[in-house]
Design a protein around this ligand. Structure first.
Ligand SMILES: Cc1cc2nc3c(=O)[nH]c(=O)nc-3n(C[C@H](O)[C@H](O)[C@H](O)COP(=O)(O)OP(=O)(O)OC[C@H]3O[C@@H](n4cnc5c(N)ncnc54)[C@H](O)[C@@H]3O)c2cc1C
Ligand code: SF4
Length: 502
C-alpha cells in the first residue's frame, strides 16, 4: 500500500498517478470540512467583510469560514516577518484559491535536475483533473495548453476594454517585452452563474477544489480516503514506512505502508520531516514568489462595469520579459471590479463625507488591480529553523532583508508607468503593497530536487537524501519558483514523481 498524506492539489495529483500505475493508495488527511450550517446557507451567502478569520483578519474565507486553514499554533509555526499558510482542510488551500493556472515555461526550469519536457505529459494529465478553461490566444505559444481547454469564462466589460486596448497597441507592447491574453482558470465555465462571489465562496461549485477530486478518486478501485487523521511523525524501516497518527475523537494509531508520498504543503511537510528525521542547525531555506498588489486607473470610463454580472477571479494575464526589470518572467494578473476593490474604494472615499458615494461611484468603473508575481530568485530570503521532535516540533520561519525584492517590484511598477499610454491604464503606485513572504501563497523549495542531493535535499523523485521510501511531492521540492502561477506545475511535478516512483 502506498500512503499519500494530504488531500490538496499535490496529494490528488500523486494519488491519481499511483492509481493510473495500478498501485493502491491510502490517503490520510486532517481533512476538515465546511461547517454544516454554513454549507446549508451557502447559496444565500453574501460577502460581509465581518467574518471569522482566525489569525489574520485579511485572510480569504470560504462562506465566512476559516476551516481550510490551520492556525499558527496548530501548525507549530512561529512567524517572524512572514505570512505563510498551512492547511488542515479537505482539498487543502484549493478550497480558497483563485484558480489561476499557467504552466512554467520550459526555459524557466532549465536548471532543474530533469528535462523540462518530463513535465509535459503530466501537465496534460493534471490539466484533465483541473478541467482548465481558457482561450488559445496570444499566450498559447509561450504557455501551451497541454490538452484542449474548456471555453473561457466570459470576460468582464472592463477586461474587454483592457484587451481591446492591448490589441491596438500590440506591436509597441511586444517590443517592450509584454505579452497578454485571457486569464486561464480551473473553473467549469459552463456552470458559472456570474454572481460575482468568487472571492468569498462559489456556491455553484464551479471553481475547482481538490476535495471534489478526492470524491472522484473514491470511485476508483484501490483508493481509500481517511479524514480526521493528523500524521504526527514518520519512521522509515527497511521494508516500508510507519506513520504515527492522531485520529479525531479516537485513540492514536499507526499506519504501515510500502512508500510514503508527503503532500502537506511546504510548512506542514517541513514540520513532519524535521520532527521525524531532525533538522539542520543552519536552518532550511523557504523560497517564495515575490508578490505585490498594484491598483490601476483606466484612462477611460467603462459604463455599466460595476453593475454587470461577472466573475471576480483574474480576468487578464500580462507577462513581462524585460531583463532590465528582472532576469526572469514577471507574471501580472489583472482583476476588475470585485467585492474587495469595492470595499476598499468605499473606505478610501469616506473622506468625502456625504459625497463619498458619488466619489466611489465615479472611480468604480475605472479601477482595476494587478496581483503581480516575480520569480523566487527576486524573493525575500527566508530561513526555517526547527526545534523539538514528533508532534512537539516547532518551526520558526524568519524573513531577511526585503530591499532587493522591493526594488524589483518598483522596477515593474515603473515599467508599467512608462508604458501606460499603450497599456491604457496608469498604476496608482502610492497604493502599491508588497507582500510579506508567503502572502502570495506560492512558497516552497525547502528540500530542493538535485541530481546528486546532499543532506536535506531530494533526488528527482522527491526522495530525501538517505531515505528510500519517503517522497516529498508538494512544492517543498521545487528548485526554483518561476512566476507564472504555481499550483498547476506543483501538481504536474507530483504526478511525475508518483508515476516514476510507481
Ligand atoms: C487565497 C489563496 C489563493 C490562491 N490562488 C492560487 C491561484 O490562483 N493559482 C495557484 O496556482 N495557486 C493559488 N494558491 C495556492 C494553492 O492553493 C496552493 O499552491 C495549493 O493548494 C498547494 O497544494 P498542496 O496540495 O501542495 O498543499 P495544500 O493545499 O496546503 O494541502 C495540504 C493538505 O495536507 C493536509 N495535511 C497537512 N498536514 C497534515 C498532517 N500532519 N497530517 C495529515 N494531513 C495533513 C491538509 O489537510 C491538506 O489536505 C492560492 C492559495 C490561497 C491561500
Ligand atoms: S461567478 Fe465565481 S462564484 Fe459565481 S459561479 Fe462563477 S466562479 Fe462561482
Amino acid at each position: 500500500m502506498n500512503i499519500v498524506v494530504g488531500s490538496g492539489p499535490s496529494g490528488v495529483a500523486a494519488a491519481s498517478a499511483l492509481l493510473d500505475a495500478g498501485r493502491p493508495v491510502l490517503m490520510l488527511d486532517i481533512g476538515r470540512e465546511l461547517e454544516p450550517e454554513r454549507r446549508r446557507s451557502s447559496r444565500s451567502f453574501r460577502f460581509s467583510g465581518k467574518t471569522e478569520a482566525g489569525d489574520d483578519p485579511a485572510r480569504k474565507l470560504v462562506f465566512g469560514s476559516a476551516y481550510p486553514y490551520l492556525s499558527d499554533r496548530e501548525a507549530g509555526l512561529i512567524q517572524k516577518g512572514t505570512k505563510c499558510l498551512a492547511s488542515g482542510g479537505k482539498g487543502g488551500l484549493s478550497a480558497v484559491w483563485g484558480a489561476s493556472v499557467l504552466p512554467f515555461r520550459d526555459e524557466e526550469i532549465a536548471d532543474w535536475p530533469f528535462p523540462a519536457a518530463a513535465l509535459h505529459d503530466h501537465y496534460e494529465k493534471t490539466g484533465a483533473i483541473l478541467d482548465i478553461s481558457g482561450a488559445a490566444d496570444g499566450l498559447a505559444e509561450r504557455f501551451p495548453f497541454y490538452a484542449p481547454p474548456r471555453p473561457p469564462l466570459n470576460a468582464s466589460l472592463q477586461a474587454r476594454a483592457v484587451l481591446e486596448r492591448f490589441s491596438s497597441g500590440a506591436e509597441a507592447l511586444k517590443a517592450a517585452g509584454f505579452a497578454f491574453g485571457r486569464a486561464r482558470h480551473a473553473v467549469d465555465s459552463a456552470a458559472c452563474e456570474y454572481d460575482g462571489t468568487c472571492l468569498s465562496g462559489c456556491a455553484r461549485g464551479a471553481i475547482w477544489n481538490a476535495a471534489r477530486a478526492v470524491e472522484a478518486l473514491k470511485k476508483r478501485p484501490g483508493f481509500e480516503y481517511r479524514g480526521g487523521v493528523r500524521v504526527l511523525s514518520i519512521e522509515e524501516r527497511p521494508d516500508g514506512v510507519r506513520l504515527h497518527v492522531a485520529r479525531e475523537g479516537a485513540s492514536r494509531a499507526v499506519h504501515d505502508g510500502a512508500k510514503l508520498f508527503l503532500a502537506c504543503g511546504p510548512l506542514a511537510t517541513a514540520r513532519l520531516v524535521c520532527g521525524s528525521f531532525g533538522a539542520p542547525a543552519e536552518g532550511l531555506p523557504l523560497l517564495s514568489q515575490p508578490y505585490f498588489v498594484l491598483p490601476l486607473l483606466l484612462d477611460r470610463d467603462v459604463p455599466g462595469a460595476p453593475e454587470e454580472r461577472l466573475h471576480t477571479l483574474a480576468q487578464v494575464y500580462l507577462e513581462l520579459d524585460d531583463k532590465e526589470v528582472s532576469k526572469h518572467l514577471v507574471h501580472l494578473q489583472i482583476y476588475g471590479h470585485n467585492e474587495v476593490i469595492a470595499d476598499r474604494l468605499d473606505r478610501a472615499a469616506a473622506w468625502a463625507g456625504p459625497f463619498s458615494g458619488a466619489v466611489a461611484g465615479h472611480f468604480a468603473p475605472r479601477l482595476l488591480a494587478i496581483q503581480g508575481y516575480l520569480h523566487s530568485g527576486e524573493g525575500i530570503p527566508v530561513t526555517i529553523t526547527a526545534e523539538g521532535r514528533g508532534e512537539d516540533c516547532r518551526l520558526t520561519v524568519k524573513a531577511g532583508d526585503a530591499s532587493a525584492t522591493k526594488a524589483a517590484v518598483g522596477r515593474v511598477a515603473a515599467k508599467i508607468a512608462r508604458h501606460s499610454a499603450d497599456l491604457g491604464f496608469a498604476p496608482l503606485s502610492f497604493l502599491r503593497k508588497v507582500g510579506l513572504p508567503g502572502e502570495g501563497n506560492h512558497a516552497g523549495g525547502s528540500f530542493p530536487m538535485k541530481k546528486a542531493p546532499a543532506a536535506w535535499q531530494t533526488d528527482p523523485l522527491g526522495r530525501l537524501h538517505g531515505h528510500e521510501r519517503v517522497h516529498l511531492v508538494d512544492s517543498s521540492v521545487l528548485p526554483s519558483l518561476p512566476a507564472s502561477t504555481f499550483t498547476y506545475a506543483v501538481m504536474a511535478n507530483a504526478s511525475r514523481i508518483a508515476s516514476e516512483a510507481a
